[in-house]
Design a protein around this ligand. Structure first.
Ligand code: FES
Ligand SMILES: [Fe+2]
Length: 372
């Protein structure tokens, strides 16, 4: 064999080697995750996304049903997103195998002759349950090597409290593992340092706080309370309705922070999810809805974008430090929610491993105190 051929062969086998997929990336499987905004899938377009390091191809059938398949042809791995979608079936661009978009069942292999015995209908591309909710296409990521359960739970929906309301979406990517994104999201102590704004609060407004928390299934709740007295928007709301303002904040596995604010008939509801794209990349999807007449969408988006950008810039800088794998600390009480998150996650995995009921890391209501 000539040296050149040998070199090519060696290069090929190196390229063919799978990256270390077996290594545990710390993802929580068997949950719904938002893959893309509904609005990006138009007509017979195929759209790609990655969730939990799984490449996906998404689209919507002529009947309007969203679908998600693994972006890989079961024949020879060609991304199906390079193929053609006719509104019902996806045709691979390499050898033309066709798959039903909703079931991922193979419906045609053009190279077969009438003599061939291959059972085409027994071949499936990878596919995942898919639902549209609140302007997102959600995908249920069942764990690798398993089939989605018969009865998949419904995808999460943002709570709303009146017929008419405004709604808006924001997103941003963080160059971090999903765990860092999540504990950043629930971290009460970074506010005065990261989110300094004339319209919100300054470093000098830092003061001692005391909040009650309680366990809820798969998560914990900051019990209904009157929000921070040093935040101008809440004071405004109180002045307008003349009624007290209450806020409830929940964190629920795998990745969700829900916040509800009520004052009389006025309400505001938001959800932030931190979704693992890869082990070194996650994305915050933020959706908010409200019936506050004095809050235009444009104004809210301006504030929201500023907030997200502040978090994103911080996490980009933090990622520089995390590259060197430093030892980290979680301190009481400000980092207690982060400890609960890691506890919930570990206990969930343990209960799945052993088939026993999940233990909650909290035994009852707890009061936390910190300054922010
Ligand atoms: S790789 Fe898809 S049809 Fe061959
Ligand atoms: Fe933040």
């Amino acid at each position: 064999m000539s040296e050149a051929v040998r070199t090519i062969l060696r290069a090929d086998s190196a390229a063919a080697k799978e990256p270390d997929r077996g290594a545990d990336a710390g993802f929580l499987w068997d949950f719904w995750y938002p893959a893309v905004r509904s609005s990006v899938i138009r007509g017979k377009m195929l759209v790609t996304a990655m969730l939990l390091e799984v490449p996906l191809v998404l689209g919507r059938t002529s009947e309007g049903r969203a679908f998600a398949m693994r972006d890989s042809c079961p024949h020879r791995g060609m991304p199906l997103s390079y193929g053609h979608f006719d509104g019902a079936t996806v045709e691979c661009s390499y050898h033309g195998w066709r798959f039903d978009a909703c079931t991922a069942r193979c419906v045609e292999i053009p190279s077969l002759t009438s003599q061939d015995k291959l059972k085409v209908e027994r071949i499936f591309a990878g596919h995942y349950p898919c639902e549209e909710r609140d302007g997102y296409v959600w995908v249920y990521m069942n764990s690798p090597g398993t089939r989605p359960p018969e009865n998949v739970p419904a995808a999460p929906a943002l709570p709303v409290f009146s017929k008419k309301y405004k709604i808006t979406h924001l997103e941003c990517e963080l160059p971090s593992h999903v765990d860092q994104g999540i504990i950043g999201l629930m971290d009460p102590a970074h506010g005065p340092f990261v989110h300094q704004s004339w319209f919100w609060r300054s470093k000098h407004s830092i003061h001692e706080k005391q909040k009650q928390f309680e366990p809820i299934p798969y998560g914990f709740r900051m019990s209904p309370h009157s929000p921070s007295s040093n935040s101008a928007p809440y004071q405004l709301l109180k002045r307008i309705t003349g009624e007290s303002v209450t806020t409830t904040i929940d964190f629920v596995l795998p990745n969700m922070r829900l916040e509800e604010i009520h004052s009389g008939k006025m309400w505001f509801s938001s959800r932030a999810t931190v979704t693992p794209v890869r082990r070194d990349l996650c994305r915050i999807d933020f959706v908010a809805a409200w019936n506050l007449p004095f809050l235009p969408v444009s104004l809210f988006r301006m504030f929201g974008k500023t907030f997200l950008r502040q978090d994103q810039e911080t996490m980009i800088k933090q990622a520089e430090g995390l590259k060197h794998d430093p030892k980290l600390m979680l301190i009481d009480d400000a980092d207690r929610p982060a400890k609960w998150y890691f506890g919930l996650k570990a206990n969930l995995l343990e209960s799945r491993r052993t088939g026993t009921e999940m233990q909650h890391p909290m035994t009852g209501p707890v009061t936390l105190r910190w300054r922010s």
